[in-house]
Design a protein around this ligand. Structure first.
Ligand SMILES: [Cu+2]
Length: 405
């Protein structure tokens, strides 16, 4: 007997990535040879490489998870649904597998990755190098697709993304679009975050995001492909920290202070000023101004932490549901692009006032693992990123310290 395991309801190897939020999966018999009854029990377990990912299973869309799952599977070839969730994050692609057994006989197996956004300061050298390599390839010395991401975040487009409640939803979509492009280059990559309220000395190294001299010129090790970074036709990165990179920048709200801003979104979104803005202006150089910030790869790690803080606040206060008033700031005076039903620029392709004159980059990148938010995300598409309210809203990413259960 043989079975086929479909992760994220797909036979594609590109879909064999899970996070904390459960992934819909299917099992079916592809070869019934040796089966003695119309339905046969198949037991699935999670088998980890050393230090690798760990999986949990459950049969339905609700209920408790467990470390193994036995399902009755018809030998006709009809599919049986189940769910898989990450329990421990992977460090490399395929470092955990599902083994399916009929009795003691192995009848199927697939390798997966529990792909999770992690603290950049604690990445393994392998995780760090794969991220840096994918990011450098996306930039391709100034000739790559990264140009679109740089052009999405400018002074002209700023009102689409800043100074109003859509700040957090817009940047969540922006990071997701970028991360999906990185994953198209290397599917094992997840965007890491810079916890700017903690010392993160391992980020500001020659092997990772580089070391700044007194003028702000960032240098890299000979093996770091970010040494070839080019934006707006200008080689290199200018970043001048006003703090010791062995410590955290001073004057920023800590995570606890940020989460304590309030249980309603209007109070929480004041974090756009501090810590978000304060993190940007703890440097001189491009990252300190909206119009140029996206020239610096560090920008995306900074914003990943901003997004993580929002995720953590959502989890703490139960703020995933766009229909619950406290999940958002639905002021009737919000500008276009900042109301829950509004489509977001540039993915909507809309140009001309009150939208910017151009819409770089086209539609939101598709994912092999999830269908949301679709090519034209709306503000509300960003809220239920784990699929807590509606499983179909799951965006396919998770943070190491923001669990599903
Ligand atoms: Cu921004």
């Amino acid at each position: 007997m043989k079975v086929e395991l479909q992760i994220n309801n797909s036979v594609s190897a590109r879909a064999r990535f899970v996070s904390w939020a459960p992934s819909p999966c299917r099992i079916r018999v592809t070869d019934p040879t040796g089966a003695t009854s119309p339905t046969t029990n198949v037991a699935m377990t999670s088998v980890s490489a050393a230090g690798g990912g760990v999986l949990l299973f459950r049969r339905g869309a609700t209920g408790a998870f467990s470390s193994s799952l036995t399902l009755p599977v018809p030998i006709t070839g009809a599919s049986v649904p189940f769910f898989v969730a990450g329990r421990r994050a992977s460090v490399s692609n395929g470092d955990v597998r599902i083994e399916a057994r009929n009795g003691t006989t192995l009848v199927g197996a697939v390798k997966l990755m529990v792909r999770i956004r992690k603290n950049a300061n604690t990445l393994t050298p392998g995780e760090r190098d794969r991220f840096v390599s994918a990011f450098a390839q996306l930039n391709n010395q100034g000739a790559g697709r990264f140009t679109d991401f740089r052009d999405m975040h400018t002074n002209v487009s700023s009102p689409q993304a800043h100074g109003a409640p859509g700040f957090l939803p817009w940047h969540r979509a922006y990071l997701l679009d970028l991360e999906r492009e990185l994953q198209a280059i290397d599917p094992s990559v997840a965007l890491p975050y810079w916890r700017f309220d903690q010392a993160s000395p391992n980020i500001f190294t020659p092997e990772f995001l580089g070391v700044s001299d007194a003028l702000g010129t960032v240098s890299f090790s000979a093996s770091n492909p970010l040494q070839f970074w080019v934006t707006d036709g200008v080689p290199g990165i200018n970043r001048r920290p006003f703090f010791s990179t062995a410590a955290a920048p001073p004057g920023l709200r800590t995570e606890a202070q940020t989460l304590a801003l309030g249980a309603g979104y209007p109070a929480f979104r004041t974090m756009e000023g501090n810590p978000h803005g304060s993190a940007h202006t703890s440097f001189g150089g491009s990252i300190s101004s909206i119009g140029t910030a996206a020239r610096d790869p560090l920008f995306f790690l900074l914003h990943c932490n901003v997004d993580r803080l929002w995720a953590k606040w959502q989890k703490q206060n139960g703020r995933f549901d766009p229909a619950v008033a406290a999940s958002y700031d639905s002021n009737p005076g919000n500008p276009i692009g900042h109301n829950l039903p509004d489509t977001m620029w540039p993915w909507n392709g809309v140009t001309g006032a009150p939208r910017p004159p151009t819409a770089p980059g086209g539609a939101m990148a598709a994912s092999p693992t999830v269908s949301a938010p679709g090519p034209t995300p709306r503000v509300r598409s960003s809220l239920d990123y784990q699929g807590v309210i509606s499983a179909g809203s799951r965006l396919g990413f998770d943070y190491d310290d923001v669990r599903f259960v």
